[in-house]
Design a protein around this ligand. Structure first.
Ligand code: AMP
Length: 310
């Protein structure tokens, strides 16, 4: 495994890789690696790509300076894990190397509602910093494929938009969330949970998947009703609205607030628990839209996020 600390050196290496006709898969990370990160690397390897992982704790995406200070740094064990998993190259730049002209964002990328809602609302500036570093890293590595986790659902939607906007030819591959045995989504921040909080943390996914299951069965019920209604009426131009989307959406709203209350009773400070359109993150208008349930909650001072697509 090769280790690069400068933009110049990794560019030089990648030029030779590309000249030899090989395709590059890039996995950006902030380190403190776990099986979630490694699943992205393994997916890139399965595609026969030359794998490049970056480890860079990007200061500009932390809206909370304390969170940045406390972010775990475990470089030696990260490098060992990457080596063991067959990573070809690691990019481990300094802040100066990534931002030679300072960290201020001159022309922030804007994504409107997509970046202002949910995480954007609770972490102002986070996505601007994230887009800034992803753009910089993509311009340095110019990969054929970019691997990201669905764990950061909103992030991978925004990166998809960013790639389109910049006209880059890189293909974004978003992969499922890797979980601990009790369901907790793996995250570098989990190491900051106390023993008792770690035990409680499993309830986040339990509530989330429970809510997703209920929504799924509501969706199924609704499709069955539509089929039955179609069969029982000669009018094939069935007016779906007669089945009152409003009612279904009200039920979803009630189920969601019950879940949020149960989480609060278990000690979570819920920032949001929301059912949204899976592509746009807008509030759903019809139950037959593809939906995603997203949550952010603090437990023991640690901010946890998770989501389940319905
Ligand atoms: P981070 O180091 O937290 O910035 O994450 C780097 C990449 O790993 C991002 O694309 C994340 O979405 C992804 N990732 C983080 N946790 C997981 C997980 N539990 N399962 C799958 N991917 C993950």
């Amino acid at each position: 495994m090769l280790l690069f600390k400068t933009v110049r050196s990794i560019k030089k290496y990648l030029n030779t890789v590309k000249k030899s006709g090989k395709k590059v898969g890039f996995i950006p990370t902030m380190g403190a690696l776990h099986e979630g990160h490694l699943s992205l690397l393994k997916a890139a390897k399965r595609r026969g790509l030359v794998t490049v992982c970056s480890i860079f704790v990007n200061p500009t995406q932390f809206n909370d300076p304390e969170d940045f200070k406390k972010y775990p740094v475990t470089t030696d064990s990260d490098l060992a894990k990457l080596h063991h998993s067959g990573c070809e190259a690691v990019f481990l730049p300094s802040v100066k190397e990534i931002y030679p002209h300072g960290t201020a964002i001159k022309k922030p990328q804007k994504f409107g509602f997509l970046s202002e809602t949910l995480e954007g609302e609770f972490r102002p500036g986070h996505f601007e910093g994230m887009a800034q570093v992803v753009e910089r890293l993509l311009r340095i590595t110019e990969p054929d494929y970019l691997f990201m986790g669905l764990k950061d659902y909103q992030q991978q939607l925004i990166v998809g938009q960013l790639i389109k906007r910049l006209g880059m030819r890189v293909k974004l591959v978003s992969l499922p969330t890797v979980r601990e045995i009790d369901g907790l989504a793996m995250s570098s921040r989990n190491t900051r949970l106390s023993e008792s909080a770690r035990k409680k943390a499993k309830w986040l996914y339990k509530e989330l998947s429970n809510l997703a299951d209920k929504i799924r069965s509501l969706k199924e019920k609704r499709s069955t009703k539509i089929v039955l209604k179609r069969l029982s009426t000669k009018n094939t131009d069935n007016n779906k609205n007669s089945l009152k989307d409003d009612n279904w959406l009200n039920v979803i709203g009630q189920l969601t607030s019950q879940s949020a209350k149960r989480l609060a009773a278990k000690g979570f400070i819920v920032e949001y628990l929301e059912v949204r359109n899976a592509k746009t993150l807008s509030h759903p208008k019809h139950i037959n839209e593809k939906l995603v349930v997203l949550v952010a909650a603090r437990l023991d001072g640690v901010r946890l996020i998770d989501n389940v697509v319905v």
